[in-house]
Write a protein that binds this ligand. Structure first.
Ligand code: ATP
Ligand code: MG
Length: 376
């Protein structure tokens, strides 16, 4: 991949432009980690980048971004840009293309994310290498101003602490104390994505402690400091981004709060269903029956337990009963009574009180009908 990124840089240079690998990829390479992707910054305008490579997708022309595809691998190439006046603390009001590399690096959030690399050298204007060596997350420029521009950066600071096992620069932390109330103006989706990364990073203990220390929970919906304290105690290694929200609920967040955190319907139901079961050492047959195969799998993964899979249950769904609604109708039951009778049989069969045999079940329905009526 690095070869391809360098090829893009050389191609742009041959056409008279400048180009660099920027952002997370530079940071990761200097840390001897392999970057997930390589982002590039260039002096050329998007339309000129498009002319230089056979496969280029205009993925974000408004922001000056095109994606160069080489050997099926995507490389985002973005024109040097600056961002002016963040009146709402969410998004820049205006993106200016065609500025210098220096300006492009100046708009970036942290010194460790604000370096640029090309085959002939590294550009490090803000002491990024120093902070990498010292393992410090520090804003580029005055922290208070940078958090005024975009309050999400405060949460990103904790994210990088967690992912990289870094500590927080003192002045950056001071600025968070002053600016944290601006978090309310940031879209919750963006915060949630960073929060997931905080929870799943190897340095989450330090990061979560810093969040508690700076009083962040008060400014995030339904997040009590005690929830973060419990999350610190929980083993979250290897947990997926879906399941991590189940564990946030286990740690004490109300499942309904996941709506405010803009989590998907699926995540919300999963958390609500699975959270109460996480602490159970054994599950009853009925509890297993009420889960889907996937939910049971996830529960096992999350807890390291080995609840038997659902194939050992007498039935796995209502349809597996040897009687159905039509049989109930034949026996003279109506709508509501049919539903209730079937639910009764389902429950009895799952807990092994009745065998899933047609005769047994029909006999049970007759008795049930005597007690409950026909529903008419
Ligand atoms: P990852 O490896 O997790 O993707 P990353 O450093 O690439 O980490 P991204 O969120 O992909 O993080 O952002 C890419 C780069 O864009 C960052 O390294 C940083 O230079 C810049 N950046 C991203 N978000 C912001 C922001 N809110 N404010 C300023 N600069 C930002
Ligand atoms: Mg990235």
């Amino acid at each position: 991949m690095l070869e391809y990124a360098n090829h893009i840089i050389r191609t742009i240079e041959q056409s008279g432009g400048e180009a660099y690998i920027v952002g997370g990829a530079v940071r990761d390479m200097l840390l001897n980690r392999s970057p997930g992707d390589y982002d590039l910054a260039t002096s050329l305008l998007p339309q000129d980048v498009m002319k230089l490579f056979p496969v280029v997708i205009p993925t974000g022309l408004d922001h000056g971004t095109v994606t160069v595809v080489i050997d099926h691998l995507p490389f985002e190439v973005t024109t040097f840009r600056s961002e002016s006046t963040y009146s709402d603390r969410r998004r820049p009001d205006e993106v200016t293309l065609g500025v210098s590399l220096e300006e492009d690096l100046t708009r970036r959030d942290f010194t460790i994310n604000a370096m640029a690399l090309k085959p002939t050298g590294l550009v490090d204007l803000f002491g990024g290498q120093h902070d990498l060596a010292a393992k410090i997350v520090r804003t580029v420029g005055r922290a208070e101003e940078r958090f005024d521009e975009d309050a999400l950066r405060m949460i990103r600071a904790f994210r990088f602490m967690s992912q990289l096992e870094f500590s927080l620069d003192r002045q950056t932390e001071q600025a968070i104390l002053v600016k944290k109330q601006h978090l309310s103006s940031v879209a919750m989706e963006r915060i949630a994505v960073e929060f997931e990364k905080i929870l799943l990073g190897p340095g989450r203990t330090t990061a979560l402690q810093a969040m508690i220390r700076t009083g962040i929970p008060e400014y995030l919906p339904h997040l009590d400091p005690s929830i973060l304290e419990r999350l610190i105690e929980m083993p979250l290694n290897g947990v997926s981004t879906d399941d991590v929200w189940t564990l946030v609920v286990v740690a004490g967040m109300r499942p309904e709060a996941l709506r405010a955190w803009k989590r998907s319907k699926k995540q919300q139901t999963r958390a609500k269903t699975l959270a109460p079961l996480v602490k159970e050492e054994t599950l009853s047959d009925w509890q297993r029956y009420c889960l889907s195969d996937e939910e049971l799998l996830r529960l096992n993964e999350m807890t390291g337990r080995h609840h038997q899979d659902r194939s050992t249950l007498p039935i796995r769904q209502l349809k597996d009963l040897t009687v159905n609604g039509r049989d109930m109708m034949t026996l003279g039951l109506q709508k509501q009574a049919i539903k209730e009778a079937l639910a009764h049989l389902e429950q009895q069969v799952v807990v092994h009180r009745l065998a899933n045999q047609r005769e047994t079940l029909l006999r049970e329905v007759m008795m049930w009908k005597k007690q409950h009526g026909t529903g008419s």
